[in-house]
Write a protein that binds this ligand. Sequence first.
Ligand code: GRF
Length: 217
Amino acid sequence: MTGRAGGPRRRTAILISGRGSNMEALLRAMAAPDFPAEAVLVFSNRAEAGGLATARAAGIATATLSHRDYPSREAFDRAVDAVLAGHGVEFVCLAGFMRVVSPWFCERWLGRMISIHPALLPAFKGLDTHARALEAGVKLHGATVHFVLPELDGGPTILQGSVPVHDGDTPDKLAARVLEQEHVIYPRALALVASGQVRLDGERVVQAPTDEGAADA
Ligand code: GRF
């Protein structure tokens, strides 16, 4: 299959652990035949993840393995990797995948694995980002799509989306506002990476030269 600019549509897996609203946003984008990535698999470490039913209803292959059945983080990740290989996966999107991935897995998918974090990194890494943002009194909050490096919630930024923090916000209200942004920026970031418009170079995100740039040179 070819994408927008006639390039290949990158075979993409989405890894989830829960409801999968970001997964849905990604599937919706990838349903367009000219999108530079196509969804070939939704994987979960939890068989009860709500997003699996949504994926199946959309006609996407699903697979599950429980991390509890493996003796170590890397042993589980190697089993996940074998599943991904079985589906010919080229790109991985972590979308609410509540597992810290091993350095081995990060290295194997370096530059081909992206994730979303519900804060404007490098602020508020880790959990409970919305409550912590309110506590800190920030006026802007948001979400970040980044390449995955071994550092937790770290990795070079591909795109960010910001939202205002309002007086009287609760963590839930703020989370809902941020989530809307997540659903906008995650598909855009995947398009940038899958089309080759941006890529990881060491620990930085670089943009491919555009035709305009080439004309200027
Ligand atoms: C999102 O807020 C995402 O940023 C975070 O976990 C949440 C997952 O939500 N990593 P969903 O499963 O995509 O609905």
